[in-house]
Design a protein. Structure first.
Length: 158
């Protein structure tokens, strides 16, 4: 899938099918780095298309930082998304940390493109997402600064 760069800002509402395309597209255009905060909800990330896009992205980029929401139960995650931890063994540039508290779920791609979820419950899909293609540098800097704060306080997941 290709990323539609003519539309700089989108508010996507609805269930996972409404934003699945954008997550796959964002991961598909990543060349250098991805910073992602998430719960890795199995019902979404085990979708074959999403899983393929995620794995391909991790293997392609130079840096992939995955920050798990502080509410995530790691034992359940290991059972629910076992391929993530297998991928980590094969990909030394995939770093996984867990936040110490609840966080919102974002994707930052190559310091240019963003997906920002509106806060939702841990065991449910996001209802609304803001997708920004070729985001203004000032917007990216604010989002990155917040992410870096979370990342710096998070603990490494092995």
């Amino acid at each position: 899938m290709s990323l539609e760069l003519k539309t700089p800002f989108l508010m996507v509402s609805g269930g996972p099918e409404s934003f699945k395309h954008y997550v796959i597209s964002l991961l598909g255009v990543a060349k250098n780095s991805v910073s992602m905060s998430t719960s890795m909800y199995p019902g979404f990330y085990n979708d074959p298309d999403v899983k393929q896009a995620f794995e391909s992205c991790v293997l392609r980029v130079k840096s992939f930082r995955l920050l798990l929401d502080g509410r995530v139960n790691l034992s359940k995650l290991r059972d629910g998304v076992p391929w993530l931890f297998e991928l980590k063994k094969r990909s030394p540039h995939l770093e996984i940390k867990k936040a110490g508290s609840p966080i919102v779920h974002w994707i930052i791609v190559d310091d240019q493109h963003l997906r920002l979820e509106v806060r939702h419950g841990l065991e449910e899909y996001a209802k609304r997402n803001v997708i920004i293609f070729s985001a203004p540098p000032s917007t990216v800097e604010v989002v990155k600064r917040v992410f870096e704060g979370w990342w710096g306080k998070a603990r490494v997941v092995k």
